[in-house]
Design a protein around this ligand. Structure first.
Ligand SMILES: C[S@@+](CC[C@H](N)C(=O)[O-])C[C@H]1O[C@@H](n2cnc3c(N)ncnc32)[C@H](O)[C@@H]1O
Length: 373
């Protein structure tokens, strides 16, 4: 995508405090003086880094900037905050304070007092970016209320969402269409990079008819069918989500090759098709329910059908993987875990399915399985 003229370079270090000390023991050097000009070092930088990690203010500020499409307002170049606020319908002084927090993190920059511009990170919040994250981070008050129950979850290992709302996460969404639309848009946005990596990672052309169970609004299925003209699809999701699928499928020109089934995948699995797909579905369920779903899929499969399970396999150690964050989010919402490669293979095995290959991508892994003989 062309870089807009209004983009300004991100301050050195992406607007963050200078190097955080990387685990240097504070006692070794003690607190170092702050050099002239305010550059941070030693324990001061470490404290700032902890403050940054502990903060839940910037994530909420980001959600407001995304919800009100602030980045889209800056595509033409830097603008005074009063102008942006008037255009998006926010309170100008509050927006200034909010964008100041984000600029400190390298998302937006304030090149002159009260004037804001895009940075490379803010480019990703434009609606027209091919990998746009603008809708990935919606303000969903119900989720935040659930997160307020994290302490009890940490004590008991049980989901916070049903405790806080009196019903399961998906039952709640079924009764809240506006919230559900925001969540669907978030899943779609978070999937853009995932779709790119997965399409290259597997021999999709040979999949025939793909039954995408819990396929959401059909973004992934539509991308596959748009790329591979011989594929056909059956999309199964709950009625309030499936209702949005025709729009997504039509936008990719694949409506005539997809049947949309509005239903519960525990009860409604079209039998005898070539390929069954479970993409980031198992991580919504504890082993008991995931096992029940997998047994139902195995029952629906022909002896030569294949099952593709697309899930995050989290790296060991300290390496960054967004799945480590989403794993906690799933725990709070549904009580279910992300799983290791061995756990997924065992889960499939227990349901009478034999894993024939595991392909790791930069995002999700693809586990291919068939009915065990
Ligand atoms: C985490 S999302 C994954 C969506 C999609 N597979 C993807 O990777 O983008 C889980 C999906 O499962 C759907 N779902 C949850 N329970 C379901 C059920 N009992 N029957 C059918 N779909 C269900 C949700 O509506 C949601 O679209």
């Amino acid at each position: 995508m062309a870089e807009p003229g209004g983009e300004r370079p991100v301050p050195a270090g992406g607007g963050r405090p200078a190097a955080a000390g990387g685990g240097r023991p504070a006692a070794a050097g003690g607190e170092r003086p702050v050099p002239p000009g305010g550059e941070r070092s030693g324990v001061v930088a470490d404290i700032e880094r902890v403050q940054e990690i502990a903060d839940y203010i910037a994530p909420l500020a980001l959600r407001i900037a995304c919800t009100y499409r602030v980045a889209d307002c800056l595509i033409g170049g830097p603008r005074p905050v009063a102008e942006i606020a008037a255009e998006v319908g926010l309170h100008a002084e509050t927006l200034r304070r909010l964008l100041r927090v984000l600029a400190m993190r390298g998302v937006f920059t304030e090149p002159a007092p009260g004037v804001f511009a895009l940075t490379p990170l803010a480019q990703l919040l434009r609606g027209d970016h091919p990998l746009s994250l603008r809708d990935a981070y919606p303000m969903v008050a119900a989720d935040l209320h659930a997160w307020a129950g994290l302490e009890e979850t940490a004590r008991t290992g049980t989901a916070a969402f049903p405790r806080e709302h009196g019903e399961s996460y998906y039952a709640y969404l079924a009764g809240q269409p506006a919230v559900s639309r925001r969540v669907d848009a978030s899943v779609e946005a978070q999937n853009r990079l995932v779709v790119r990596t997965l399409i290259r990672a597997y021999d999709w052309a040979s999949c025939g008819t793909i039954v995408d169970l819990g396929g959401g609004t059909g973004l992934f299925l539509a991308a596959l069918l748009a790329r591979f003209s011989r594929l056909r699809g059956i999309l199964v999701d709950l009625p309030h989500v499936a209702a949005a699928a025709p729009r997504v499928l039509a936008a990719r020109g694949v409506s005539d090759r997809v049947v949309v089934v509005a239903g519960d995948y525990f009860a409604t699995i079209p039998p005898g098709e070539d390929t069954y797909l479970l993409k980031t579905v198992l991580h919504d369920w504890t082993d008991e329910h995931a096992g029940r779903l997998l047994r139902a899929v195995a029952m629906a499969m022909r002896p030569d059908s294949r099952l593709l399970v697309l899930e995050a396999i989290l790296p060991d150690g300290d390496a960054y993987h967004v799945g480590k964050l989403l794993d906690l989010h799933s725990l709070v919402l549904t009580g279910a875990p992300d799983r290791s490669r061995e756990q997924l293979i065992e889960l499939l095995h227990q349901a009478g399915l034999e894993t024939v290959s595991v392909t790791q991508t930069a995002t999700l892994a693809v586990l291919a399985a068939r009915r065990a003989v």
